[in-house]
Design a protein around this ligand. Structure first.
Ligand SMILES: [Zn+2]
Length: 292
């Protein structure tokens, strides 16, 4: 088996079938006819698009003092940035929110746009910056000879439960998670998580490198192959670890990186004075934010 192959099992196979348009045929078996299956699928899609269940909490959990402590320590040490605005506390239904929310237009001295602009907590923003510097930019330079100028996201702060219908609040509900759907390079190339995860050798190598780097910094990382909800994005969060430091979730398990991926000549390293690049518009109708 190629080292590039992710061992996703039945989850990946089902996702592939959905993408290939076999959904109606599959559901027809259970519904008795194709038109019944079609109606069922359309209703499910409409409910999903409307984010039904987003605010229907079935369980109230405390925000936890550890979140406030981490936020405070991070805010005390962060340097002001023209592309990261402090917007104060957010309090919503249940225990959603943050004591000190940030509105992030770009990170890394304004050189890496977060598109669209995202609300998140200070610890998440700080960890994203360290991940960008240590993993994302080196991987982009090595695999594409260009730096990342934009990280595309499909869900940042959102007051909701896990998977929208789950019982526990998502880390998104505390500004402690980001769903990353793609990367844009300085040379104009865009790599989506959905396409690049099983893309050409360079794209796969880039995705595996940024994924591995994320797993060493965030406490939860879920990429394509981890479950059917993550076919088009990488979820990263800073959920609290157990007292013994576990578990740390990093899925899927990866056999290795493509041996055929070759390095290309890097472009000059940018300076802090580089201006932020305007965000691009995400393709509509493909994003499935809301998992975890
Ligand atoms: Zn997520």
């Amino acid at each position: 088996m190629s080292g590039a192959v992710v061992r996703a099992g039945w989850v990946d196979r089902l996702a592939d079938r959905l993408r290939e348009g076999r959904l109606v045929r599959i559901f027809s078996v259970f519904c008795g006819s194709r038109w019944r299956a079609t109606i069922l699928i359309v209703c499910a899609a409409v409910l999903s698009a409307c984010n039904v269940g987003e605010y229907k909490f079935t369980e109230v959990e405390g925000r936890g003092g550890w979140r406030a402590e981490k936020e405070r320590a991070c805010m005390d040490s962060r340097a002001p940035s023209a592309t990261v605005a402090e917007i104060g506390s957010i309090t919503e239904e249940g225990t959603c929110g943050m004591d000190s929310a940030l509105q992030v237009t770009a990170l890394s001295n304004g050189t890496v746009v977060i598109g669209p602009t995202a609300k998140m907590g200070c610890p998440l923003a700080a960890t994203l910056e360290s991940w960008i510097a240590a993993s994302v930019q080196p991987a982009a330079q090595a695999k594409f000879g260009s730096r990342v100028v934009e990280i595309k996201q499909i869900s940042a702060y959102a007051c909701r439960n896990r998977n929208n219908f789950g019982k526990e609040l998502s880390e998104h509900a505390f500004g402690n998670a980001l769903d990353i759907s793609g990367f844009k390079l300085a040379n104009g190339r865009s790599i989506s998580v959905q396409g690049g995860w099983k893309g050409d050798a360079q794209e796969q190598a880039f995705m595996r490198q940024v994924f591995a780097g994320a797993c060493s910094r965030f406490t939860t990382v879920l990429a394509p192959g981890s479950n059917i909800m993550h076919y088009n994005h990488i979820h990263v969060d800073l959920a609290k670890l157990a007292p013994d430091g576990s578990p740390k979730m990093c899925k899927p398990s990866i056999a290795g990186t493509p041996a055929t991926a070759t390095a290309v000549a890097p472009e000059p390293v940018p300076t802090a004075a580089d201006a932020a690049v305007p965000p691009t518009v995400l393709p509509s109708g493909v994003a499935v934010p809301g998992a975890d």
